[in-house]
Ligand binder design. Structure first.
Ligand code: NAI
Length: 328
């Protein structure tokens, strides 16, 4: 019997976690032979919802769930964590500008970064999902100086999956046949879904589609604005189940490796690749092996691509500037 892996999850009583936690406990993320301990964090007001969640988790009688901890203290939630999924965040209120959202979330991710630094396992893999995900990941990383920056990532996998699915539907081909999709940049509508490198059976997806108008005026904006379309269709509720699924995909690839001759998109600390200066959490195409990721190098980019990538970079710099005063 393997020893249990400790998984910390924040925002545990929220929408995404109502799908995510049950799938993790069922073995969908780490496998059907891997026992887990769930260490769940939410705010004190969430206590009644925690009680309901715990009852439902108990009623599932999950064979792999060896312990379930609920707390409002990050130092308890992140104690010895092997994996930390930072899903919880302040939602965007009415009349709240993006800048106000950044300000409201800053203290949360400062506190959680410090707590991870203090008590998590040194090899902890951190995925930030709560929005604005890239900048929240940047704040967390900056408050955890004793952890390797390569242990931190922000989630762009939902955007990546959306891009795959749009192409699969357009070409009536299975999603699994599509390789080498990329979503560059920020998890916001400045992201750049780029199918120029994508292939099906070694054939270029762009040439199979042979419809530039669809690519520029349907594919790209559909992927960029999908989150909002789902909120509208679900009467104000966001894309929770697909986000939970993307979390599972992201962690599986990071831990177990990406497919042969393929890659995924992850928000990670830029190292200067593709002209994106060092120091922002930016989504790049990466391959994963033995628990580490590597940015795919050598992709040809046009001026059009670089221009789109630069716009997303500039947005991230503006976000960083908006929270700079919090990072003293
Ligand atoms: P939700 O509003 O249903 O749940 C958020 C939960 O976080 C609540 O239970 C809340 O009490 C908790 N929370 C707030 N402050 C906290 C703190 N300091 N510590 C721990 N928990 C805290 O939201 P939902 O739908 O579950 O989404 C969570 C986040 O994920 C949102 O920021 C959303 O915008 C983001 N998101 C990101 C995606 C991505 O692709 N990166 C995709 C979909 C959602």
């Amino acid at each position: 019997m393997k020893s249990p892996i400790r998984i910390s999850v924040t925002g545990a009583t929220g929408q995404i976690c109502y799908s995510l936690l049950f799938r993790i406990a069922a073995g969908d993320m780490l496998g059907k032979d891997q026992p887990i301990i769930l260490q769940l964090l939410d705010i004190p007001n969430a206590r009644p919802l925690f009680d309901g969640l715990v009852m439902e988790m108990q009623d599932c009688a999950f064979p792999l769930l060896t312990e379930l901890i609920t707390t409002d203290d990050p130092l308890v939630a992140f104690q010895d964590a092997d994996i930390a999924l930072l899903v919880g965040a302040r939602p965007r209120g009415e009349n709240m500008e993006r800048k106000d959202l950044l300000e409201a979330n800053g203290p949360i991710f400062i506190e959680q970064g410090k707590a991870l630094n203090a008590v998590a396992n040194k090899h902890v893999k951190v995925l930030v999902v709560g929005n604005p995900a890239n900048t929240n990941a940047y704040i967390t990383l900056n408050n955890a100086p004793s952890l390797n920056p390569e242990n931190f990532s922000a989630m762009l996998r939902l955007d990546h999956n959306r891009a795959l699915s749009q192409v699969a539907q357009k070409l009536s081909r299975p999603v699994t046949s599509i390789k080498k999709m990329v979503v560059w940049g920020n998890h916001s509508n400045t992201q750049y879904p780029d199918l120029n490198h994508a292939e099906i059976d070694n054939q270029s997806v762009r040439s199979l589609i042979a419809d530039n108008d669809w690519i520029d005026n349907s594919f790209v904006p559909t992927v960029q604005k999908r989150g909002m379309a789902i909120i509208e269709a679900r009467h104000g509720r966001s894309s929770a189940a697909s986000a939970a699924n993307a979390i599972i995909n992201h962690m599986q690839d990071w831990i177990f490796g990406t497919r042969k001759n393929d890659w995924t998109s992850m928000g990670i600390l830029s190292d200067g690749s593709y002209g994106i200066p060092e120091g922002v959490i930016y989504s790049f195409p990466v391959t994963c092996q033995n628990g580490s990721y590597k940015i795919v190098q050598g992709l040809n980019l046009s001026d059009y691509d670089r221009n789109k990538m630069q716009k997303s970079y500039e947005e991230l710099i503006a976000e960083q500037n908006a929270i700079k005063h919090l990072l003293v």
